[in-house]
Design a binder for this molecule. Structure first.
Ligand code: NAG
Ligand code: NAG
Ligand code: NAG
Ligand code: NAG
Length: 509
């Protein structure tokens, strides 16, 4: 997601009964075709034909934001447990809102049955969840914590039993604290074999029932904010570590992909990459046009170019002398190390050329702005400072990814909105979330236009998020849920947007 916040998740899955799964390529392509054909042949359909491509509604859950149960069943300590439970060690301006923690969050660990049944009731077909590394290996590696494996196994079986396809993300930002302390986490190449072993362990444990996976969620966000801006755990500010993190993510992804092919033949895997659409601040300026292209390469291309073309974008290499090289051996392992593109998208921005300007990863020669040369913001503001509703930017970014990389399949694994001022509203106002409905209506129409008119191969769409949750450094102050959670009582109440999505999901079937 966006600049600092949130979360994500998503995907599709195909699964199967406890024994006798059918993960054959035929089954996969049939599954994918169902979604594609629901949209593609009907080019005469008006965009109001709802979100056909998205056929799947989704519920997305990431362990650190939703599960709570932070000490249960042998779970180890993650970098987010450390950050939130030791606010004294964090500089004031980087502390989580009101020192809140994800210790309980929305208690998904104990309430997953209720939440999955609700998702099913809303017409969801797929359920994206992330696995907490520290439940499988409390210290990152070593002995497997069997109760953690058993927990996810039951969760997956439950999803399948009620007719939801589970989709799994291996890593959604909750690194074992032990690995951060031992060698600096993602800054060190030592993480690569350890991540590969963790991934292989869950591929073995769940790959018989789960077909759709992602390795790592939004590396741009956690490398930039965790090791550069320092707003996210582990709270480091060092542009060279951001560059190291980016390379080590790619190496870890490639190593996990190799294991995946051996262990889950017929499965599909990707890495969730986030992209904002970027416009030139002054549309008549060649320098600003180049700045806008460069921002796409700094944020999306840094990960997408290596897995498609085997090298970091030239614009990035030219500006960051400390960016490690991608060796020919690594390039070979990276190119084609995915089965589809998993795209998280929330918002759009302007970029303006400025010599010497820096971002968290270092010199980029552009500045980001939400206000254009006309003095207006690009779209309606959300509740987070980085989030503006720019529905047509969704169609643009889908076309950008399609034109630049020509993928066979794009799954939109996250897209959602927070309503300005929701924390200060009465319950009646919260539940009447017309701005969130407007966001979903316009974004899904824009996505359908990309699929139908521009022939972008979108096969699925996941709305973020099912419930309000622990929103990283924003704590419980920002709300992406289509379902309200009272964090005192854990009571769930559907907002109007949940009903709206229900309509979309039933149309998409
Ligand atoms: C957060 O924790 C720090 C360190 O313990 C403390 O000084 C500060 O007052 C706390 N802030 C709030 C809002 O509780
Ligand atoms: C980045 O990684 C390289 C190669 O492992 C290492 O030599 C360097 O010290 C790292 N940079 C930082 C800032 O730790
Ligand atoms: C919901 O809010 C809209 C304005 O955003 C208002 O027009 C409408 O009357 C409200 N509906 C209810 C049931 O309160
Ligand atoms: C949560 O529920 C309690 C008990 O019904 C109520 O007193 C409280 O105001 C609710 N909190 C929120 C934020 O809705």
């Amino acid at each position: 997601m966006g600049k600092l916040a949130h979360v994500a998740c998503i995907l599709l899955v195909v699964s199967v009964g406890a024994s006798g799964q059918d993960l054959s390529p035929q089954r996969v392509s049939k599954f994918v075709n169902i979604f594609a054909s629901a949209v593609m042949p009907e080019a005469d359909d008006s965009a109001s034909h709802a979100l056909a491509p998205a056929a799947q509604a989704q519920a997305a859950i990431s362990s650190a934001e939703f599960e709570g149960a932070y000490l249960e069943d042998g779970k180890g300590w993650s970098i987010w447990d450390e950050r939130t439970n030791n606010p004294g060690a964090v500089p004031r301006e980087k502390r989580v809102y009101l020192n809140q923690t994800g210790n309980v969050a929305c208690d998904f660990y104990h309430r997953y049955r209720e939440d999955m049944l609700t998702a099913k009731g809303l017409g969801a077909t797929h359920y994206r969840m992330s696995i907490a590394w520290t439940r499988i290996f409390p210290n990152g590696d070593g002995a497997i914590n069997q109760p953690g494996v058993d927990h996810y196994s039951e969760q997956i079986d439950f999803a399948i039993a009620i007719g939801l396809e589970p989709v799994l993300t291996c890593y959604h930002w909750d690194l074992p604290q032990a690995l951060q302390e031992r060698f600096g986490g993602w800054n060190s190449e030592q993480i690569v074999p350890i991540f590969a072993t963790y991934a292989a362990t869950i591929f073995k444990a769940f790959g018989d029932r789960v077909l759709y996976w992602t390795t790592i969620n939004e590396p741009k966000t956690f490398c930039w904010e965790g090791y550069g801006g320092g707003m996210h755990a582990p709270g480091i500010s060092d542009e060279e570590q951001v560059a190291n993190c980016s390379l080590n993510v790619l190496k870890s992804h490639a190593a996990a992909f190799k294991k995946f092919k051996e262990l889950v033949p017929g499965g599909k895997i990707s890495m969730n990459l986030n992209a904002e659409w970027t416009l030139p601040f002054d549309p008549n300026s060649e320098l600003d046009k180049a700045a806008a292209e460069r921002k796409m390469e700094f944020e999306f291309g840094v990960f997408a170019h290596p897995i498609f073309f085997g090298q970091f974008p030239e614009s990035v290499r030219a500006r960051l002398p400390y960016l490690p090289e991608i060796s020919p051996e690594l390039a070979e392992a990276l190119v084609g190390s995915f089965n589809y593109i998993a795209l998280n998208h929330y918002t759009s921005t302007y970029a303006r050329h400025k010599d010497g300007a820096t971002s968290q990863i270092g010199r980029c020669d552009y500045e980001v702005s939400h206000v254009g040369a006309d003095g207006l913001t690009l779209g309606e503001p959300g509740d987070s400072g980085w989030l503006y509703s720019v529905p047509w930017g969704f169609r643009k970014v889908l076309n950008y990814v399609n034109d630049m990389y020509k993928p066979d399949e794009i799954s939109v694994t996250e897209n959602g909105f927070n309503v300005p001022g929701e924390s200060d509203m009465t319950m009646d106002q919260i539940l009447n979330d017309t701005k969130r409905i407007k966001f979903f209506k316009e974004y899904t129409e824009s996505g359908v236009a990309a699929a139908v008119y521009d022939k972008v191969p979108i096969t699925s769409y996941y709305a973020w998020a099912q419930t309000d949750n622990f929103e990283w450094q924003d704590g419980y102050s920002k709300h992406f849920g289509v379902i309200h959670v009272n964090f005192t009582t854990q009571k769930r109440t559907k907002k109007a947007s949940a009903r709206f999505l229900e309509g979309i999901f039933s149309n998409a079937k």
